[in-house]
Design a protein around this ligand. Structure first.
Ligand SMILES: [Zn+2]
Length: 408
């Protein structure tokens, strides 16, 4: 399994100059060949594939000596990225969709784009000893070490962040030690008031990191707006602002990682609502809170960690009325559509329901129903949507993507 380790680099002056040059050269190669390909197509209706580009790059290097100073893999990967951009564009064009999501490859700008380059591992050109990382042309670069980097090196992406620091994402082919089998299953109701409520009744508070840093952000934005264009103070203000945003992201990622790891460790099947975040973002009143909650990021983390540890993340359709259905009798109460209604008594069976907990229980039931039906064992759940014998039925992943229930 491939896993990326992200570290913050501490390059010396010469190294940071060379990193900036490499990023610049990689961008130059990308833009140059995009221009060549566009030109060739408009004049001769021909296309230039990766191999042809690669040959031309060798010629170009003889012409422009400064391209030889930097890591050759960075330039090759630029060409590969361009090839992928073209392929994605044409693949999307072939699909019978009205709205195209992938645009034609664009020129990369010096500012405002992601500033990075990728280098590949061959014959020990990349090495890690303690807190030092050896990279082609750069030599040994120190980095802040937070965890053990294990596995076979694949590639490294060096990025200049908007706050002016350098990071490296080190991709390794690594064996992941799987968590022991869990017997519990869980349903999650994601929300804004509390981050999530589980079917077992646990409430996880929403940390709202963006909200908590609002004052600082406003001050930094003000300072940036009032600084003169092109001045040194403007550069400083920009970095300061980027650092606050970086800090918010770091805090949030830490929270999401801890939460998703714990849920994966404790549970076998995790049922969640398939949220259409993009649709919900259209509601401007909700957009900020949604952005702060980063649900998509959380779900992505759950999904890839589930793959690592043989767990199942089962999504429940958006239109399933998880909040309105009474978990005890299945009565659908349309009054619960009102978001303000936090708790209600069922008109049919008069049981008392807490909104989010009730929804989480329903999501668990519906998720298990979908899952057991999909693996061809619909009898494994009873009429209430619970596994008939939760202790003896466990999930086994036979191959990636193929799952079955197993009786142990
Ligand atoms: Zn009821």
């Amino acid at each position: 399994m491939q896993r990326a380790f992200k570290v913050t680099l501490i390059p010396n002056h010469n190294q940071s100059v060379l990193i900036n040059k490499t990023i610049g050269c990689a961008r130059f190669v990308y833009n140059r060949f995009l221009a060549i390909r566009k030109e060739l197509y408009s004049t001769e209706q021909k296309t230039l594939n990766y191999n042809a580009c690669s040959q031309q790059l060798t010629l170009l290097k003889k012409e422009l000596a400064w391209l030889k100073i930097v890591d050759k893999f960075a330039l090759q990967n630029s060409l590969k990225n361009l090839e992928i951009a073209y392929k994605n564009f044409f693949a999307d064009l072939k699909k019978a969709k009205k709205k195209k999501s992938v645009g034609f490859p664009k020129f990369k700008k010096k500012y405002g784009c992601k500033q990075s380059y990728k280098t590949n591992f061959t014959n020990g050109n990349i090495q890690i000893i303690e807190n030092r990382l050896k990279l082609p042309k750069l030599g040994w670069v120190k980095f802040h070490k937070s965890e053990q980097i294990t596995g076979k090196l694949v590639n490294v992406t060096v990025t200049l962040t908007s706050s002016g620091s350098y990071t490296a994402s080190i991709l390794c082919e690594t064996e992941i030690e799987k968590y022991p089998q869990a017997t519990q299953n869980i349903g999650l109701d994601l929300g804004i008031k509390s981050y999530l409520v589980t079917s077992s009744g646990e409430v996880v508070d929403n940390p709202k990191y963006y909200q908590s840093q609002k004052r600082k952000l406003r001050k930094a934005h003000k300072k940036l707006a009032r600084s003169a264009k092109g001045s040194k103070n403007r550069v400083k203000a920009k970095i300061k602002l980027a650092r606050i945003y970086q800090c918010i992201t770091n805090l949030r990622d830490d929270f999401l990682h801890k939460l998703s790891t714990r849920l994966i460790k404790e549970n076998s099947i995790i049922c969640i609502e398939d949220l259409r975040v993009a649709n919900m973002m259209r509601n401007h009143k909700l957009a900020l809170s949604l952005n702060d909650a980063s649900w998509s990021k959380f779900v992505t983390m759950l999904e890839y960690k589930a793959l690592w540890h043989d767990r199942i993340v089962q999504k429940v359709g958006t239109f399933y009325p998880s909040s309105q259905t009474c978990n005890h009798c299945g009565f659908i109460n349309p009054l619960v559509k009102e978001l303000k209604l936090r708790e209600w008594s069922c008109p049919s069976c008069s049981s008392y329901n807490l909104r989010d907990h009730n929804a989480a229980l329903n999501i668990l039931g519906e998720g298990l129903r979908i899952f057991t039906a999909a693996v061809g064992m619909p009898d494994a759940i009873n009429a209430c949507g619970e596994l008939v014998n939760p202790e003896v039925i466990q999930v086994e992943i036979v191959e990636a993507g193929i799952t079955r229930l197993m009786v142990v």
